[in-house]
Design a protein around this ligand. Structure first.
Ligand code: AMP
Length: 612
């Protein structure tokens, strides 16, 4: 009797398991399958993606439904189209020895009529995304009034994506006495609410610890200056020649930019974000699955449902705004029993977030150093040596050997090896030999970026929350209009009717010049250098320059406005009379060559041959 038989699984499933080559049940399978087979029982299972949870609910569901009936008996809700298709495929594989089984996927972005036809043929199991499911229910294209099993897969993700209403609506069309099985990687309040509201005394299964990331994932962080973020990313990639990774950025634009830069620098990278069409996203995912793409740069939303098993590294290029999201990111690696590494590139101002994440995942991060240039050269050299060692000889070379031998007649074996390896080594060596140390000491300064923080300028700007900004929107707006890099605007602090932000001193002139006569929606937007606690030295430098150039009047105006005394004079009231045909806030209003250069100023290494 094998381990799966012990769980109570029967022949058709056991045969499929055999075909798939599964040898032992995973933890979540071991814990849930016997319960679900034996009883009609609600279940809450806390398990990461990649732990085998599709089989944990799939095997019992397949064994319990009646394939001779055409009635829909099982409904599986999942957050994304990608995941929906994956679950459908897995269910088909697991149930391939059940004759007459029809598992149908229902998701947005594809023909609703075709999906309705599939359902009509008699789908015993429907796997659906909530939006499309709700749509089909309202058009009476599906009947889920007789289902016996409902699965809420990745419940936390579905709620994160705003599907609460859709889920409650869908469940209201299902019978009360069905069994509900909820799977979630984390257990935020919202998931507990769903469990309380829709489930009857569920059994709770925890794989690993609650809210804890996968146990076989190690967590590392690298402390760098914000402006060295991209250089640090490249070093991490170069120091791990066989990396197969997802790199997370905060915004779609950063995602696109980082991917483009990596591609320009010769890495096999691709972008995955919501501004791409479904077709483009499918193509990128296909290349990633085939490992033609080694580094997939993605937003959190777009990466939902990626379940590629061999991801070696997750790199947090920027930390997520919601630290809970970190668990989902790191869960993309360390799947199906493999080990993985979740790396965070972090600047000083974000260090406290690491502590908060540690509390959530109940694991310690290890602070590591960004590898130095020579270390990378060494890693690359040894990786090449190993590859050469493991390469099978291709005898198509044989006819050319005489000529090659003649060419190297005078070289000893030693020389030959040295020459051969120098081809690759020199490329890395030339690039890295004068490279600087990117690591930052945590204790030197409490300000943003260690040594560089003494070179930043703090500004006042006369827009704030009332104008529809939060810190992210303002940061994005400033970066866009100033055409500066993603980390060049920082310490953004948005108040009701004004805000503050910093740039490196080198950008001061550009910032001030840009905002000299800048109008948005008919309103003048003013920027002034301002005081920053603990940063008087910088303000002094930037401030004097500004005052020398333009006199004191604007500074006075600013301080007046700051106190709420002369709002009209500072431009906002004046602005109301101006023409309204200006571009909306956030549009690219002005190009600055220097800004453009700064956005791409990280020196790229010499073009390398594209990796396969
Ligand atoms: P899931 O968490 O369901 O997305 O599963 C992750 C991957 O593990 C999928 O590729 C499954 O086919 C695979 N898998 C599921 N159960 C097992 C098992 N018991 N042994 C080996 N692989 C498994």
């Amino acid at each position: 009797m094998n381990a799966f038989q012990n769980l109570g699984l029967e022949d058709p499933i056991l045969q499929a398991i055999n075909d798939l080559g599964f040898e032992t049940p995973s933890e979540v399978q071991e814990k849930s399958i016997p319960i679900l087979l034996e009883q009609e029982q609600d279940l809450v299972a806390l398990a990461q993606t990649g732990t085998g949870k599709t089989a944990a609910f799939g095997f019992p569901m397949l064994q319990k439904i009646n394939v001779d009936s055409r009635t829909t008996q099982g409904l599986i809700l999942s957050p994304t189209r990608e995941l929906c298709l994956q679950i459908t495929n897995e269910m088909k594989l697991y149930g391939k020895y059940y004759k007459g089984l029809n598992v149908t996927a229902i998701y947005g972005g594809a023909s609703i009529t075709d999906q309705a036809k599939q359902v009509k043929k008699g789908a015993q199991i429907i796997v659906a995304t909530p939006g499309r499911m709700k749509d089909m229910i309202s058009r009476r294209l599906v009947d889920i009034s007789k289902i016996e099993y409902a699965v809420l897969d990745e419940a936390d993700e579905m709620l994160n994506m705003g599907f609460y209403e859709d889920i409650t609506d869908i469940l209201s069309h299902t019978p009360d006495d069905k069994s509900t099985w909820l799977f979630s990687a984390t257990m935020p309040k919202e998931v507990s609410i769903i469990a309380k509201k829709f489930m009857h005394s569920p059994v709770e299964i925890v794989v690993g610890t609650k809210n804890q990331g996968a146990t076989n994932v190690s967590h590392e962080y690298y402390l760098v200056n914000s402006r060295d973020r991209y250089a640090a990313l490249k070093r991490l990639a170069d120091a791990n020649p066989d990396i197969f990774s997802v790199i997370f950025c905060r915004t779609k634009r950063d995602t696109q930019k980082v991917a483009e830069k990596l591609i320009d620098d010769g890495y096999s990278a691709g972008a995955l974000h919501g501004d791409l069409s479904q077709n483009q996203r499918d193509l990128v995912m296909k290349s990633f699955r085939n490992k033609q793409i080694q580094m997939l740069v993605a937003t959190d939303v777009a990466a939902r449902g990626i379940d590629v098993d061999d991801i070696t590294h997750v790199i947090n290029y920027q930390l997520p705004d919601e630290i809970e999201t970190y668990t989902h990111r790191s869960g993309r690696t360390g799947r199906a029993g493999k080990t993985g590494v979740s790396m965070v590139i972090v600047s000083k101002s974000e260090l406290r977030k690491i502590k908060s994440i540690e509390r959530i995942i109940k694991k310690q991060f290890e602070q590591k150093d960004i590898p130095g240039g020579m270390e990378i050269c060494q890693v690359q050299l040894m990786s090449l040596a190993n590859k050469v060692h493991d390469t099978e000889i291709n005898h198509e070379i044989d006819p050319y050997l005489n000529d090659i031998n003649a060419l190297f007649e005078d070289n000893s074996k030693d020389d030959l090896i040295k020459k051969f390896f120098s081809v690759e080594f020199t490329r890395f060596f030339n690039y890295y030999q004068k490279s600087k140390d990117l690591n930052v000491e945590a204790q030197h300064s409490s300000s943003r970026d260690g040594d560089n923080s003494s070179k930043s300028t703090r500004y006042f700007i006369n827009v704030g929350r009332k104008d529809g900004f939060d810190w992210m929107k303002l940061k994005d707006f400033l970066r866009e209009v100033l055409q500066v890099g993603q980390d060049d605007v920082f310490k953004v602090d948005v108040k009701d009717s004004f805000s503050f932000f910093n740039t490196e001193v080198e950008h001061t002139t550009k910032v001030l010049e840009f905002f000299t006569d800048f109008k948005q929606n008919g309103r003048f937007i003013n920027v002034e250098i301002t005081e920053d606690k603990g940063r008087s030295q910088n303000r002094g430098r930037g401030g004097r320059r500004r005052d020398d150039k333009r006199g004191r009047s604007r500074r006075d105006r600013r301080s007046g406005e700051f106190n709420g005394q002369s709002r009209g004079r500072s431009g906002s009231r004046r602005g109301l009379k101006e023409n309204r045909s200006e571009k909306p806030v956030g549009s690219r209003s002005r190009r600055s060559n220097s800004g453009q250069k700064s956005a791409n100023s990280v020196s790229s290494r010499p073009r390398r041959s594209r990796r396969k």
